[in-house]
Design a binder for this molecule. Sequence first.
Ligand SMILES: Nc1ncnc2c1ncn2[C@@H]1O[C@H](COP(=O)(O)OP(=O)(O)OP(=O)(O)O)[C@@H](O)[C@H]1O
Ligand SMILES: [Mg+2]
Length: 364
Amino acid sequence: MQNEGKSLDNLEVQKVIRIRDLSFQYKAQKGEKALDGLTLDIEKGQFVVIMGSSRAGKSTLANCLNGLIPNFMKGKYEGEIIVMGKNPAQEKVGTMAKDIGLVFQDFESQLFATNTRLEIVFGPENFNVPRAEMQKIMDRILKVVKLEGMEDRQPSTLSGGQKQRLAIGSVLAIQPKIVCMDEPTTDLDPMGKLGVFQIAKELHQDRDLTLIIIEHETEEALEADRIVVMDDGKIVRDGKPQDVLREVEYFGSLGLMALQVPRYFHSLGIAQAELPLNPEAGLAKFRELGLGIAEDKYAGLVRKDEEREQTYSDPIIAVKGLEHTYPNGNNVVTHCIWRLANNCQSRRFQLDEVATSWCATHDD
Ligand SMILES: Nc1ncnc2c1ncn2[C@@H]1O[C@H](COP(=O)(O)OP(=O)(O)OP(=O)(O)O)[C@@H](O)[C@H]1O
Ligand SMILES: [Mg+2]
């Protein structure tokens, strides 16, 4: 027994967050509560993904963790939170910054310095980090959030994704024990999103750091130790990603979109415990079930797209040979050729539009 001989007190210390019966109602809220009797423990070194529909109370919970609620955002606060042994409701928000760093959902409001460098060193400077140490922190953070070479850029000139990574970097620079990111991938394309989860993965290797990411249903959540699902200010699921993400119907009942791969196999009637969760496992299951692409359906979709293209009217925007280089030498557009027709829509095939059903294959 690994924990034999340790006192209960020692075991309790491992819980870096303890929440008991937490309720919060914003001043402007009538009737409903943003958080409603929420109880949750998070252990040191865990990587927890919090999911839930819009208005479930995820951001409210995040703001309670560092004391923004109830110290700055007022309302009716009941219950108790202990973060790294402190009650954030009774501490100054600045005091909590070394314990928990929060990357806001509205990350642009977090950026205020005149350049990337100052944005990153602001936190450490406030904690009197020696100058020699500062450069090391700067180099490490720029590397982690992939903003090397952008030290002198004004944050307002960064792209949305770069700003989002800068907001993450400015929080990491303080080296808090817990990092909570509230929807850190909203402004990112799929590669950028992957990049943030790559950062999360690297951070997670340091088992001293506890990582909480609030995100919508995403395959990357499979990397987490635990998924917590919120609804109406309460926790409705708390478990291993492979268990929680297979609850396709339950996700639907909460108004959430389950991952596409388990959703597709669920629609074929595959038992919940056997639902594949990622594309690789999905492909293996696809083959195991003897499924294939229905060539006639696929050809039909291609034909429909071709017919749709015929209906497009004259271009309303046409770009040819466009190039642009910013004064700092960043070349962002190189010889772009692009046309947008009046009633053009982008479209991609869904798996269930082109795959034959299990029954159809076996009837053949
Ligand atoms: N400043 C505020 N004043 C009044 N009500 C608020 C305030 N902020 C949030 N709420 C309400 O509290 C509830 C929970 O909101 P919260 O922002 O925590 O949800 P969320 O789960 O983060 O949603 P989303 O996924 O859309 O970000 C919602 O009903 C929301 O309207
Ligand atoms: Mg939110």
